[in-house]
Write a protein that binds this ligand. Sequence first.
Ligand SMILES: [Zn+2]
Ligand SMILES: [Zn+2]
Length: 621
Amino acid sequence: MTPEQKAAKAALSQNKNQVQNKNQKQNQNQAQNQKQGQNPNYNQAPNQNQNQNQSSNSKRGRGRPKKTGDSPLRMIPLGGLGEVGKNMMVYECQGDAIIVDVGLSFPDESMPGVDLVIPDFTYVIENRDRIKGIVITHGHEDHIGGLAYLFKQAIFPVYATRLTIGLIEGKLKEHGLLDKVTLNVVKPRDTIRLGCFGVEFINVNHSIPDACSMAIHTPYGTLVHTGDFKVDYTPINGNIIDLARFGELGSKGVLALLSDSTNAERPGSSGSESVVGVSFDKLFAQAEKKRIIVATFASNVHRVQQIVDAAVKFKRKIAVSGRSMENVVNKALEMGYLNIPSGVLIDVDAIERHPDNKMVIITTGSQGEPMSALTRMAMGDHRKVRVTPNDCIIISASPIPGNEKLVTRVINELLKQGSEVIYDKMYEIHVSGHASQDELKMMMALTKPKFFIPIHGEYKHQCKHAELAHSMGIEKKNVLVPDIGKVIETDGNFLRFGETVTAGKVLVDGLGVGDVGSIVLRDRRHLAEDGLIVVVTTIDRETGQILSGPDIVSRGFVYVRESEDMIGRARNIARQTIQKCIDNNTREWGVFKQKVRDDVSDYLWQMTKRSPMILPVIQEI
Ligand SMILES: [Zn+2]
Ligand SMILES: [Zn+2]
């Protein structure tokens, strides 16, 4: 045994128990893997990946059957590019594949009535036999929210850190999938073996604890997939981003860096989470006799911890409002990620029993979401909390682009109730969870990648990030700005676009997944913009004559009482058209309806310059 092998063996036995099995299914899985000569606990020795690089051919010939010959390493983005949300990436090599993150995004104004949006899983389902597992960077919805929907079509084992697994468990439970899926807890610096991939988890800072980047060791070299990250030298839990490991990887050679572009337009650094705690202290001191209400993201456990710490310092009790806040606080308490001294947390029903200056309410709704607790408080619609002039309300988040109007509306309403509202840049009450330019450059400087691929963000963020890479001396031909569905290929020497695979948005509306397509959306937009007119006519089946109607029902078009004349005339036009069809012996209902639609629509357009959706209904009796 060479010294190198000895070191590898030592590292392996040291880390033997690091990947804990969440249930017995994993043990079966493990047994299967071992049968195939793979060890899921495999911990890659630091040098091994370079050796692999040099002797990739001999390695590929050994043990596992060669499936795709010398095909290049493929990266297949299925979401999270040209958008913020639904992050999902497939990596493929020698016939094996892994998935990094399966997220969701929230609908924009062009999708009325849609609850959420998930990636198109077609490619994954078509290649399901090759997928060895799913690794998850962290527990935000845009990285885990699509899992339950994927698992309704195909199930794969999941690997992630402890809190992330805890949050995934919650999701799977909601969908009744918990006992069907193997969930594996991984610790930072663990490497798991999935086919020809060795996936190493590396601790990073972000706006949720337990976030990780992945170093993906492949026979072609090492890829670094950052996930969402920032650099925080004074994080709340003390776990500073593992810069040393990124540096080590860089000095051994990183083939490609795929890095978070969300804040690529922002110069400087994003700042430490602990800055927010200092602001809370100041604001809590100022609030004196007032009740304090703080709205933030439920998943930002460190932020919640800082609110708790300030409350404890100023001898206030804490109540939690909003379903997602209650869920995350309970989960974080149960798992030990949140520390609240006993007796401090009270039920939201009991807030009346405590004087205002002894209360802090932590709530959801920092984005002005219409159904959230803070919005309900602002609209006087919250069942437990009534906002008064004696409230100091802190919105500890910045609006995500697109949510500004909603947030402004909530702030206006709160101010109308006479309360004090502290938001945005008034104090340092929020720091971003994503790396700004200096941090992004640091990541490039440490990993020294040959190829650079900006991920996570709108197209303009990706382009800005690509520019940063050029400014750091990465050659233009070695940078690709990817798009979803467009396969990226590399053999270690070149980086290029390959084929395009099926990718896109699948809309989820209630229980329906993917059944809301472009036609349904077009109708919903039409209804939302111009309203609806229903023309109901009853016709005698025998004689073909009008028995009653046409009656006109209008919704969201005009205020009927003030437009009786116009509606009356529209009714006459419909009657004439129907009578004409009857006289011409038209029994083809499709033609019948189209004629009514055209004539009524023409008239209403003349009168109002609006074109409501017109729905002719013909009943035969
Ligand atoms: Zn995130
Ligand atoms: Zn994200």
